[in-house]
Design a protein around this ligand. Structure first.
Ligand code: BDP
Length: 669
């Protein structure tokens, strides 16, 4: 029980007869095989896979019934099969149902480098690239890529960008493309398309041209012939993901061109092959006053100027994957452009693969946020899935948390985030409680080797499923409480790769917008970033009535308070507490929650195999230590400014500020 099987644990299958009207294809063969491997229904039953056009079925959607699946694409049949099996395994009734994906493209973004390292990866080396840069595709590679593709298909993910957005130009060289083709060949039978992140200056760096100016004819030609070269080998290649004019990456602005000029040039090169360009809106410069405003300022004026095979890829929040951010104001504001959300599955800012944080609740919160851009109910979900605006393409991306670790994701519970991402990309109205419920049943039921099963054993339901599900649902808020409550953000340690606290970090000459002080603004006057009309006025990028609500500290929700306001330490909160006391209470609560998670898990021992029980127990122990560090460090750091006592109800610090800072300076990972 090393977790390698993810939520796809093997089952004793009952015999089943598969009948199909579809022509034989690789994807259909996969669907058939999955049924035969996993059938839990009546032994000897006949299941029919019907391929037929049906107006009610969108993209790769499907209809299922206890006796079969109907879809208009082979991938739809495969997804229907996985749903049928999921229902059997989780004890849901297999009543007739129609299911359409919310988004046409559901992609993982791998920040994997050609040398095998993974940027912000906490689960080992890349599954796609090897350090020794040997391009020999081994049988082990192929098996792993197929297992990976199968896991994706089981939750409806249909695309993978297999290299880092901070892209190396050599990814487009002939020898790397051969490896890309090898990957694509293994992902294809599972309906997963392969994409690449490209470096905008590749024509100069790789092609030897004098410039990479998107309006230069030689540059245009270079990309056209590169596209041709790629599609010759990979006819169903998905397209390019581009990080340009962002964090030092080259881009169209280096040549005085706009993001639209750059994106459109690449889009034209891919158009003959139906390829897509996902152009990231993650842009900010150190000279602007408020980083949170910049993507909006740059991209809104370009609305309507992008080719129809461009999708603008927007991080969920306006800054950078913080544990909690308000939604990016670009959602709903770009009305004539395809816009897609990007979430971070890997836990860069939420405790790496040490802390347990079920991110589904975070994504659900973002997707269900109301932008009001087209009246009440214009949620981020509806503004990006085509319900509000007639987007040509719809998509959702997640920065993957996978690596060569035996359990794929480092923390066994981090698998749930991969799972949840796929489920929400398929259905952006899904509730986190249901996702957690499914994942726990699929991943842990029957794992002790006993007869314990999700459907029949009420002890398992009461003593394992219920408390562990609650722990998952509370886990992200717990991380917030002990790290960045009340709208605090970007105050993590830089020396330890964003793990642990670091509100003090400010090396000389460091870019201000990369230091925590820029964000927390703590002084004797108070704490928080003033983004009200009197401050940076970021609030005005939101639609009314939201803008006014956020602009006033008395109506701004507590969870965004210090994101939008700079407030005195004795500011009176809705609870009646002073801001300082409220801050102390949150940090303390986070620590207590982490402790409680340890207790909950300890109680589950009879229901979990020894290996995963011990692995999770160890992680939770470290997480508690991390929570205490965060609490002690932040309270002692901020106390230097508030000069107020830590309330007696709060567990007193067990570290000194000096000790935590010294520890932070000693790189640990
Ligand atoms: C930041 C990461 C950095 C990424 C960047 C991005 O720290 O490693 O390159 O996001 O999304 O959060 O491009």
């Amino acid at each position: 029980e090393d977790g390698h099987q993810l939520w796809l644990r093997s089952h004793q299958a009952a015999p089943v007869k598969v009948v199909t009207t579809a022509k034989n294809s690789a994807v259909l063969a996969t669907a058939r095989q999955e049924l035969q491997q996993g059938w839990q229904g009546n032994p000897g039953a006949t299941v029919t896979l019907t391929l037929r056009k049906d107006k009610a079925i969108k993209y790769d959607g499907y209809r299922i019934s206890p006796t079969g699946v109907q879809a208009s694409t082979e991938a739809g049949l495969l997804y229907g099969v996985f749903e049928l099996l999921r229902r059997q395994q989780t004890g849901q009734t297999a009543q007739a149902d129609l299911s359409n994906p919310s988004y046409e493209y559901r992609l993982l973004n791998h920040w994997d480098n050609p040398d095998g390292s993974v940027e912000r990866g906490y689960a080992g080396q890349s599954i796609f690239w090897r350090k020794d840069s040997s391009f020999v595709t081994t049988n082990r590679d192929k098996v792993r890529w197929r297992e990976y593709a199968r896991a994706n298909a089981s939750v409806g993910i249909n695309g993978a960008v297999i290299n880092n957005v901070n892209a190396s130009p050599k990814i487009l060289s002939a020898e790397y493309l051969a490896r890309v083709k090898a990957v694509a060949d293994e992902l294809r039978p599972y309906g997963v398309k392969t994409y690449l992140a490209v470096k905008f200056s590749s024509p100069a760096l790789l092609g030897g041209l004098k410039t990479s100016d998107p309006l230069d004819p030689a540059v245009v030609k270079w990309w056209q012939s590169k596209a041709k070269e790629i599609y010759r080998q990979i006819p169903d290649f998905g397209g390019f993901l581009v990080k340009a004019s962002s964090e030092g990456q080259p881009g169209p602005q280096d040549y005085g061109r706009t993001h639209a000029d750059g994106a459109n040039m690449l889009a034209d090169a891919l158009k003959p092959y139906h390829g897509l360009v996902m152009w990231r809106a993650f842009v900010y410069s150190p000279t602007d006053k408020d980083r949170a405003k910049q993507a909006y300022n740059e991209f809104v004026p370009l609305d309507g100027k992008f080719r129809d095979n461009v999708i603008v890829q927007v991080k969920n929040g306006p800054v950078d994957f913080q544990p909690r951010e308000p939604f990016s104001p670009l959602f709903g504001a770009m009305k004539k452009t395809s816009v897609m959300p990007e979430f971070q599955i890997t836990q860069e800012y939420l405790g790496h693969s040490t802390d347990l944080a079920f991110l589904s609740t975070m994504w659900e919160e973002c997707l269900q946020s109301d932008t009001y851009q087209a009246g009440p109910g214009s949620t981020v979900a509806r503004c990006t899935d085509g319900s509000v605006y007639p987007q040509k393409h719809t998509a959702m991306a997640g920065v993957a948390n996978t690596g060569l670790d035996r359990n794929w994701t480092g923390h066994d519970f981090a698998q749930a985030n991969w799972y949840a991402f796929g489920r929400l990309a398929w259905n952006n109205q899904m509730k986190s409680a249901q996702i957690a419920d499914e994942w726990l049943k699929l991943t842990f039921a029957g794992a002790t080797g006993s007869a314990a099963s999700a459907t029949t054993d009420s002890n398992w339901n009461t003593n394992f499923l219920a408390p562990v599900k609650q722990m998952m649902l509370d886990s992200r808020e717990a991380v917030l409480n002990y790290s960045m409550p009340l709208g605090l953000h970007h105050i993590m340690s830089a020396t330890r790769g964003h793990y642990g606290p670091g509100p003090w970090w400010a090396p000389p000459k460091m870019r201000a917008d990369w230091t925590p002080g820029y964000y927390h603004q703590a002084s004797e006057n108070g704490v928080g970033f003033d983004r009200t009309k009197a401050g940076s006025d970021a609030v005005s990028q939101y639609h009314e009535p939201l803008a006014s609500q956020l602009n006033n500290p008395n109506t701004c929700p507590d969870e965004y308070l210090l994101w939008f306001n700079h407030l005195p330490w004795d500011f009176k909160m809705k609870s009646g507490n002073t801001l300082w006391n409220e801050l102390c209470a949150h940090y303390d609560k986070g620590v207590q929650q982490a402790r409680q998670f340890q207790r909950i898990w300890d109680q589950t021992q009879p229901y979990v195999d020894a290996e995963r029980f011990a692995a999770v127990q160890n992680k939770l122990r470290s997480q508690s230590g991390n929570a205490v560090q965060w609490k002690d460090a932040c309270l002692l750091y901020f106390q230097q400014f508030s000069h107020m006592p830590i309330p007696a109800t709060v567990e007193p610090p067990m570290h000194t500020l000096e000790a935590v800072i010294a520890d932070d300076m000693r790189p640990q990972r």
